[in-house]
Design a protein around this ligand. Structure first.
Ligand code: KG4
Ligand code: ZN
Length: 380
């Protein structure tokens, strides 16, 4: 496929597809503006298993993909022949699930002779704050002088999802440095596992958030993990074990009534976020003091913004606690403009594809585009 003409134009139209886990999603974006973002959720199918079952995910993606893509094009009022490019998630994610989206995208790219871009799902969570809503009415106010993307960088992305928990420094699109990450469970995974013990269904993160609002977070005490380590890595498995042990004791003594469940949810959620934010605060202190270097041994400039992304970013308690910290450092906290952009969705894939149009290698040979289930941030 030829080079993309005027690829940096904000009018570039991209169809994006994400089938990395349990949502079949397709979206059309124009530049960083979302024209459509369709999500066919499989949550109900996986609920009986308390997690995502890969073969069921694959089958559901196969059943949903065609109508999801067609609906995304229809909602955006775009004919596929007018697309600039197609972007598809290649990883990280479940291999059988990724495969469905990749194969569909390859066929579509072949049929319409469009460039195909292989997109990293984690990078997309980090860049999801850059997605913009379509303006519905004619603006009466003059547009504010918004900073350009280059003026907003470097930024520190905080990715909190069901599969990942990472602090990532970005100084330009495609240039990332992981400054801290979980060494075991991800934040969302930990909330889901403890939620399962409380029989809250799957995914339990949003249910825990609701219960926690009515509970007293001071009732149960949990340890603060990794206080002696000098790095900015995270570990949630100790908290999870502490929660299991406490719950077992409460259940054995039949002490887990309704109010205690609410108090437990509030206490545990607070403990999880306290650890995340404690490490983030340490990291911000280190960045501002010029104590962190890149791989070329140059000191990293302090970030200008904090970008929150991933499924757990929808949690309002996390957002307000995080804002209390970023305020101390005089840093703006940016979150996706709608909660729909926090969980898995194809619009963030489209925005990432657009922002990468000039950097990403457009693969001429589509057979080389393949699943990368273990993909991490593209680091340079
Ligand atoms: O980003 P995501 O949709 O999928 C992955 O890429 O992993 O994240 C899913 C995770 C699940 O663990 C879910 O429980 C969690 O995000 N989650 C929440 C909330 N909404 C979703 N956790 C806490 N509070 C929420 N409101
Ligand atoms: Zn995700």
């Amino acid at each position: 496929m030829n080079k993309i003409a005027k690829s940096n134009s904000t009018s570039a139209l991209i169809l994006a597809i994400d089938t990395s886990c349990d949502e079949t999603s397709a979206s059309v974006v124009q530049g960083t503006t979302i024209l459509s973002n369709v999500i066919a959720s499989q949550v109900e199918l996986h609920k009986p298993y308390g997690g995502v079952f890969p073969t069921i995910a694959k089958q559901a993606h196969q059943e949903n993909i065609d109508r999801t893509v067609k609906l995304a094009l229809k909602k955006a009022q775009i004919n596929a022949k007018n697309l600039t490019a197609i972007g598809v998630t290649v990883g990280p994610g479940l291999a059988p699930a990724l495969e469905v989206g990749i194969n569909y995208a390859k066929n579509l790219a072949q049929q319409y002779q469009k460039p195909l871009l292989a997109i990293n799902h984690l990078e997309a969570h980090a860049l999801s704050v850059l997605a913009q809503a379509q303006k519905k009415s004619v603006q009466t106010q003059p547009a504010k002088n918004l900073p350009t993307l280059a003026q907003r960088l470097p930024a520190l992305a905080v990715i909190v999802s069901g599969g990942h928990s990472e602090f990532v420094y970005l100084d330009q699109i495609g240039h990332y440095q992981i400054l801290g990450q979980t060494i075991d469970d991800a934040v969302g995974e930990c909330l889901d596992k403890v939620g399962r013990m409380l029989e809250l269904g799957y995914p339990a993160g949003p249910v825990l958030e609701k219960l926690a609002k009515h509970g007293n977070a001071q009732t149960y005490q949990f340890p603060l993990p990794m206080t002696t380590s000098q790095d900015f890595n995270l570990s949630f498995s100790g908290l999870k074990t502490a929660a299991f042990n406490k719950l077992e004791a409460l259940q054995t003594e039949q002490l887990l009534n309704k109010q205690q469940t609410l108090d437990f949810a509030a206490s545990f959620q607070q403990a999880v976020f306290r650890h995340l934010l404690h490490k983030l605060e340490k990291l911000l202190h280190a960045l501002i003091a010029g104590k962190i270097k890149n791989t070329q041994q140059q000191i990293l400039t302090p970030p200008k913004e904090i970008w929150l992304g991933g499924g757990v970013a929808a949690n309002m308690t996390l957002r307000s606690s995080l804002r209390n910290i970023t305020r101390k450092f005089n840093l703006p906290l940016k979150t996706p403009y709608t909660k729909k952009l926090c969980g898995d969705n194809a619009a963030m894939i489209g925005v990432t594809a657009f922002l990468n149009l000039n950097q990403i290698k457009i693969e001429q040979d589509w057979s080389k585009i393949d699943r990368q289930p273990q993909l991490n941030f593209p680091q340079k």
